[in-house]
Design a protein around this ligand. Structure first.
Ligand SMILES: [Zn+2]
Length: 173
């Protein structure tokens, strides 16, 4: 996938490696954050996602929309696909998705359709977020699957990353 016509911007943020011993929401969100940095290093909007099942990370992905020229190549969609391969089942029962920004309409739909147990996100998105930000697909009255949602885990570092990326992009234009 060629990106030679889009020189990448150096990422001024460092990855964060929390202790493996305390596997709480912040631990998994830091992994998603580190993937967002990988996205930035490939000149992609810095959004990362991991999926946890039984204390293990079964999928890890970052936004690749530009490099793949695929409008569905969001971190969440890529991670859900990986996770389904890993467990050999499209139903991700008991699994939790951690993502650095609230899922868009497409990704929010995919989290419901994959029967995740939980979605944890860092930065709410009042414009396009569909798990509480702009609207909430999880509240579809006739849906027989509902997700547990946790919002705002590591919101500040994930938001700082997104803001800095877009600021640099604007300067570049
Ligand atoms: Zn999305």
């Amino acid at each position: 996938m060629s990106t030679e016509n889009r020189p990448s911007l150096p990422c001024p943020f460092e990855k964060n490696h929390p202790s493996q011993l305390r596997r709480d929401d912040e631990f998994y969100m830091w992994q998603a954050y580190n993937l967002a940095i990988d996205a930035w290093r490939e000149d992609e909007v810095p959004i990362g996602a991991v999926i946890e099942l039984n204390g293990e990370i079964i999928a890890a992905a970052y936004n690749q929309r530009d490099s793949t020229r695929d409008p569905t190549a969001h971190a969440e969609i890529l991670a859900l696909g990986q996770a389904a391969k890993t467990v050999d089942n499209w139903r991700l029962v008991g699994a939790t998705l951690y993502v650095t920004k609230e899922p868009c309409p497409m990704c929010s739909g995919a989290t419901l359709m994959s029967r995740l147990k939980r979605v944890v996100y860092a930065v709410p998105d009042p414009k396009m977020g569909c798990l509480g930000g702009a609207t909430d697909l999880n509240l579809l009255p006739q849906s027989n699957h509902h997700l547990e949602i946790t919002r705002g885990i590591l919101e500040k570092p994930c938001l700082d990353l997104l803001r800095a990326f877009f600021q640099l992009k604007r300067k570049e234009d």
